[in-house]
Design a protein around this ligand. Structure first.
Ligand code: GAR
Length: 203
């Protein structure tokens, strides 16, 4: 069975989408750990209600050692790390140990509206300010940069004239849930090939 760890910081609707897809047998995976870098993240409650082992590692207490602590917990026990609304930046050994085995969901069409400080509602505010007609989300591999790794899947959403950051966020989130689950499926079934930084899927 393909084993994953899910890292979160908040509500965990993407985590929920993964749990639902496992329950529906769309994904042949198991979630071994859910780790939050924040106290009170609702995603931890979701994990507990599914009897998934969960950890809260407060980012302020762990500071620069947070990624190493996560590595200690999961090393040798999972095949893939999924960042599902995880807002700290991973650094250090974990990036080497899990090279091409960490994915992140980002609420824009990368390379637009991404990078340091771009997360959550801010991304949608910037997209609307810029006046884009198409928004969307991206699942990508995580490397040393911020939102710079190879793109696995993108899904687009049409921007309406009367969209607010909140309405746009809501529609993009629906696509995030699909994109993240599809990416996990492709990776767990070994259906992707890396050609340089470009990823091709095998159908
Ligand atoms: C999602 O929109 C995700 O794309 C975003 O945080 C939200 C978490 O929602 N992540 C980023 O902005 C990362 N740069 P969730 O907790 O309901 O899954």
């Amino acid at each position: 069975m393909f084993k994953i760890a899910v890292l979160i910081s908040g509500g965990g609707s993407n985590l929920q989408a993964i749990m639902d897809s496992i329950e529906d047998k769309y994904l042949n995976c198991s979630i071994e750990f859910v780790i939050s870098d924040r106290e009170g993240a609702f995603g931890i409650e979701r994990a507990k209600s599914h009897n998934i082992k969960s950890f809260v590692l407060d980012r302020k207490s762990y500071g620069n050692t947070l990624s190493d602590r996560i590595l200690e917990i999961i090393d040798g026990r999972v095949d893939l790390i999924v960042l599902a609304g995880y807002l700290s930046i991973l650094n250090g050994n974990i990036l080497e140990r899990f090279k091409n085995r960490i994915i992140n969901i980002h609420p824009s069409l990368i390379p637009a509206f991404c990078g340091k400080g771009m997360y959550g509602i801010k991304v949608h505010e910037k997209a609307l300010e810029y006046g884009v007609k198409v928004a969307g989300c991206t699942v990508h591999f995580v490397d040393e940069g911020t939102d710079t790794g190879s793109i696995v899947i993108q899904k687009s959403v049409k921007v309406e004239d009367d969209d607010t950051p909140e309405t746009l966020q809501k529609r993009v989130l629906v696509e995030e849930h699909k994109a993240l689950v599809e990416a996990i499926k492709l990776i767990s079934e070994e259906k992707i090939v890396l050609q340089g930084r470009k990823i091709c899927s095998i159908i």
